[in-house]
Design a binder for this molecule. Structure first.
Ligand code: MSP
Length: 671
């Protein structure tokens, strides 16, 4: 069908608990991909939903003293809510208890039965209620279920089977002929390895006498169908397909472009689902993409019983939805496992969002508001630094697009952050504060316009990841998200020229987009309430050779600083690594009046964050761009939850304070 819609799916989730970070992950990934394709193609269809039948759901309902229907109706509310909490723009939320789904499943069962794809047989095996499947004697580990470690029961049952094994060679051929069918590559090899062994048939029925919560098999009314047989069909139910239908509109959606699944449910998709589709005479999806797992900080699987499950609502309440979406996609490669720690989360937030992106946008807007009347300036005289950044912007658009098409969210966001960091560097190199001081308005206009455009381009690309905050930023730059989408389409057609913002459009400075977190938000900190005997701030500071470090902020108890000895040996002094550093960003600490939070370029890959107790003598604007001396090998120290990675030198006499400065580039060593 010529106008096929891009169709992407998430797994349908069991309604036994509330969504956690693992579920949020797949859904956010699928939503981000769908938003990008919607922007590019004009439409996309995102399918998500809930898996509501089967033993586990029935068990949970029993535990709660509810009927299964009342239980699933009650639980589904938490899953519907993801639309708002995580800004998921899904096109259909399917429930396996929906009438059209039940009809599709029953029609499919009947059709496969009529075509001779199903047969009845008596089977004796070890049944694991926890895993909801049969095992052979040799599969068992210490007589227990190899998947769950739970007890198994010997069961002899007559059941219905799907002739899955007869599709083994066709499936192998398909996977081999379509290298992109199962992604990433390592997972594809895993599936091919699994298919090296003979593929058995699939038991697709459960006698109602044992487990009645499911879709009734139309030709065997004493049975319901196996929960996976039911669940997998949701993907085609949503397209509108049904066996024998004469309405061809389902072809607009099916085959799906991507099924996103966790690595634990790859076999059910790659093997069960692919062969089911073959038996139904339906085309296979474009790709099945298995992502990795979010593990606890210690590398454990998240589970309620271990109490290490990360609550998405809490993360969103504490850091905002955009930061959560960004973190999950930026932190790990899609396909790999990742460990979730709140510390790691906070650091990524501060480094990428509060610092890199927050600074770029705030600097661009504040300097234009302060010095150029708060409207988009015209490009006038070149500073000689514009060409490389223009070339980078074009490259970033291409890289972003290719990575998003391949669901490489880490690479896509990484490309934009290359530009964001280059934008900050461009500001440092062109030093607009100096141009302003010198009255060089022609160059100042060029620099600030270029910076605003870089900010805009970054925001427009990132808006599929962070729709709210990037929409806000686009608004501050005098555009709307819809216009930004038009601009992105134009950049995909022809490289950007960094002339998208109409001249003279008023800008809005407003508050910083991503306020920096000095310490863990209270609700998260409260999770770790074990009283701290000696908070980090009270540790005595190491004796240092230089006069001014960042002192402990106000509420910390007074520290004892050791007196410097009258004489030291040269070796003592040689231990101190002094470097010239350039202050590339400065802001006041919101809580401690005496502290400035500085980002200092000392010639390393990333600027160092240094907390300096100079705010009573210097404003952030006064120190921005200054070239100072930094103690570069001072052990990092946490103050008010924020790390200071070094110390700057300042001279003090009575009440006077003066930064020790140097007239040489960042990174120079001081001897
Ligand atoms: N109902 C089945 C899927 C049927 S699809 C036709 C199911 N549901 S689930 O709720 O248990 O899991 C849904 C998805 O969440 C799976 O893809 C699973 O991998 C994912 N995750 C659950 N915990 C996870 C993490 N900790 N990390 C990442 N994803 C994980 O399976």
């Amino acid at each position: 069908m010529a106008d096929k819609t891009f169709f992407i799916t998430t797994p349908i989730y069991y309604v036994n608990g509330k969504p956690h970070v693992g579920h949020a992950y797949t859904t956010i990934a699928a939503d981000t991909a769908a938003r990008w394709q919607r922007l590019k193609r004009g439409s996309a269809f995102l399918l998500t939903g809930t898996d509501e039948h089967g033993q586990k759901v029935l068990q949970k309902a029993n535990e709660r003293g509810m009927t299964p229907t009342a239980h699933v109706d009650d639980m589904v509310v938490h899953w519907h809510a993801l639309r708002d909490t995580l800004r998921i723009e899904y096109d259909r939320f399917i429930r396996t208890t929906d009438a059209d789904h039940i009809a599709t499943v029953q029609a499919t069962l009947q059709d496969l039965h009529d075509k001779g794809e199903l047969y009845e047989a008596t089977y004796t095996g070890w049944y694991s209620p926890a895993a909801e499947r049969f095992w052979t004697e040799k599969d068992l580990v210490d007589g227990k279920c190899p998947d769950t470690g739970m007890p198994v029961e010997k069961v002899e049952e007559t059941n219905w089977f799907f002739k899955m094994g007869s599709y083994q060679q066709r499936l192998i051929d398909h996977i081999q002929a379509n290298p992109a069918y199962i992604r990433p590559e390592s997972r594809r090899n895993e599936v091919l390895g699994f298919l090296d062994k003979p593929l058995g048939d699939l038991c697709i029925s459960r006698p109602k006498s044992r487990m009645g919560w499911g879709i009734e098999i139309p030709f065997a009314r004493d049975y319901v169908t196996y929960v996976w047989f039911d669940a997998l069909l949701n993907y085609v139910t949503a397209s509108g397909w049904r066996p024998g239908t004469t309405d061809e509109s389902w072809k607009k959606l099916w085959p799906a472009d991507f099924h996103l699944v966790g690595k634990d449910i790859l076999t059910t998709h790659a093997v069960y689902w692919s062969t089911m589709l073959m038996a139904c005479g339906l085309p296979l999806p474009g790709a099945i993409y298995a992502h990795g797992w979010w593990l606890s900080a210690d590398g454990d699987k998240m589970s309620k019983s271990k109490g290490n499950v990360i609550d998405v609502d809490l993360l969103v309440r504490s850091f905002g939805v955009d930061a959560v979406r960004f973190y999950l996609l930026r932190e790990i490669a899609f396909g790999a496992d990742g460990k979730f720690s709140y510390e790691g989360y906070l650091n990524r937030y501060n480094a990428d969002l509060a610092n890199d992106l927050g600074n770029l946008s705030h600097r661009a807007l504040s300097m234009t508001c302060n010095w150029l009347g708060g409207v988009v300036p015209a490009v006038e005289e070149s500073t000689g630094n514009e060409e490389p950044i223009l070339a980078l912007a074009a490259d970033v658009v291409t890289r972003f697009d290719a990575a998003m098409d391949a669901l490489q969210f880490q690479d896509a966001t990484g490309a934009v952050f290359d530009l964001v960091r280059a934008g900050n560097k461009y500001i440092d190199t062109t030093a607009p504060w100096a141009l302003n001081k010198a009255g060089d308005v022609a160059k100042l206009r060029t620099v600030l316009r270029t910076t605003l455009e870089i900010t805009y381009l970054s925001a427009a690309l990132l808006s599929c990841v962070m729709p709210d905050k990037m929409g806000e930023l686009i608004g501050k730059l005098g555009r709307t998200p819809a216009l930004a989408d038009d601009d992105v389409r134009a950049w995909l057609a022809a490289p950007p020229t960094l002339r998208s913002l109409p001249e003279s459009t008023p800008l809005t400075l407003g508050d910083p987009l991503f306020p920096r977190f000095r310490e863990m938000p209270a609700e998260i900190a409260a999770l770790f309430t074990a009283p701290q005997e000696s908070p980090v701030e009270t540790k005595p500071e190491a004796p240092v050779a230089a006069p001014v470090a960042a002192p402990a902020p106000a509420p910390a108890p007074k520290k004892e600083i050791a007196e410097a000895p009258a004489e030291i040996q040269y070796e003592d002094f040689a231990k101190v690594k002094l470097r010239v550093g350039k202050i590339v960003s400065a802001e006041k600490h919101p809580k401690a009046n005496r502290l400035l939070v500085l980002q200092v370029d000392i010639g390393e890959e990333k600027p160092r964050q240094i907390l300096a107790g100079i705010a009573e003598k210097y404003t952030a604007e006064q120190v921005l761009g200054r070239t100072i001396i930094v103690v570069a090998n001072l052990a990092p120290r946490k103050m008010m939850g924020m790390e200071s990675q070094g110390m700057l030198l300042a001279a003090s006499l009575d009440d006077a304070l003066s930064l020790v400065t140097a007239d040489i580039g960042p990174g120079a060593s001081v001897k």
